[in-house]
Design a protein around this ligand. Structure first.
Ligand code: PMP
Length: 284
């Protein structure tokens, strides 16, 4: 059964209801997190919860909850295993539609989960590489806030799919920012390049881990501005996110990247990443 959490109650998804005046519904006045659980245990959970606090602070939503206990219970009620847990907090409902809001609204808290791939089974050969397009980044200038205002992200991924691609990489003022739901890495002559952390991109938890692993294993990396030519001329391109991990991009705008296959540095990073995940989750 699909059990969700809504405002203090665990219940079947079909029984969960929110007000039509909820500001998350009316205005996208809300933030979210997506956290992977492997074998019932949260992966990099503290990092996700810190980013959640950053998003809540940015919206001036004040809410103190024991997130870890709340989410662990949801995962347990859904049978544990390998799950992606979605958590959304809206500013709440004032029973009417108005842009302005009072500070005493009761936030709406919603969480649900969906199955994800099993990191204990998959090897690099099981990972499907993806195709990407490049398109304009039409988002606002606070992309560091994980807001549910995702219309630009939705439109660009739809555009990618209409062009038989899987992901849209976005570009603002001649610089690549990130994908519709992922961070971006460009590899050239053994060096990992990724756009600098700023309010133009989401501070990805997986991005941080990739840079940490690169650091620990002596793989050089730089946080830099990247243009279209750097992308197309790259030896390898990767994207990263919590639910997808690190995934190779084999073509951009129908042009093959490198030799058009999964690159050797990607395979190394995939192995480092999987080993790190398994060690953290099993202590071995
Ligand atoms: N950028 C955007 C726009 C995203 O939606 C995501 C997915 N949450 C990411 C980057 C990757 O972030 P993370 O590694 O924390 O999942």
């Amino acid at each position: 059964m699909n059990i969700v959490y809504l405002n203090g109650v665990y219940l079947p998804a079909e029984d969960a209801k929110i007000s039509v005046f909820d500001r998350g519904f009316l205005f996208g006045d809300s933030v979210y997190e997506v956290m992977p659980y492997y074998q019932g245990v949260g992966f990099r959970l503290q990092e996700h919860l810190e980013r959640l606090q950053h998003s809540l602070r940015a919206l001036q939503i004040q809410l103190e909850l024991d997130w870890e206990t709340l989410l662990d219970e949801l995962v347990w009620q859904n049978g544990g295993g390998n799950l992606s847990v979605y958590l959304q907090i809206t500013r709440g409902s004032a029973g009417k539609r108005s842009h302005s809001y009072a500070d005493d609204l009761q936030p709406t808290v919603f969480a649900c989960c969906t199955p994800i791939r099993d990191i204990y089974k998959d090897g690099p050969e099981d990972i499907e590489p993806i195709r990407a397009i490049v398109t304009a980044d039409l988002r606002w200038h606070r992309c560091d806030i994980k807001s549910t205002c995702l219309l630009p992200n939705i439109l660009v991924v739809h555009q990618a799919q209409a062009q038989q691609a899987d992901e849209a990489l976005m570009m603002r003022d001649g610089k690549l920012t990130e994908g519709s739901s992922c961070n971006l890495f460009v590899i050239q002559r053994g060096v990992i390049y990724t756009p600098k952390r700023s309010s133009e991109i989401l501070g990805g938890i997986t991005r941080e881990l990739i840079l940490q692993l690169a650091d620990e294993h002596g793989i050089p990396y730089q946080e830099v501005d990247l243009d279209y030519d750097a992308l197309i001329g790259a030896d390898e391109v990767w994207i990263s996110s919590s639910t997808r991990g690190v995934v190779p991009v084999i073509s951009v705008d129908d042009q093959p990247i490198g030799d058009g296959g999964k690159g050797p540095l990607w395979k190394d990073m995939f192995e480092l990443f999987t080993r790190y995940q398994q060690k953290l989750m099993t202590g071995m």
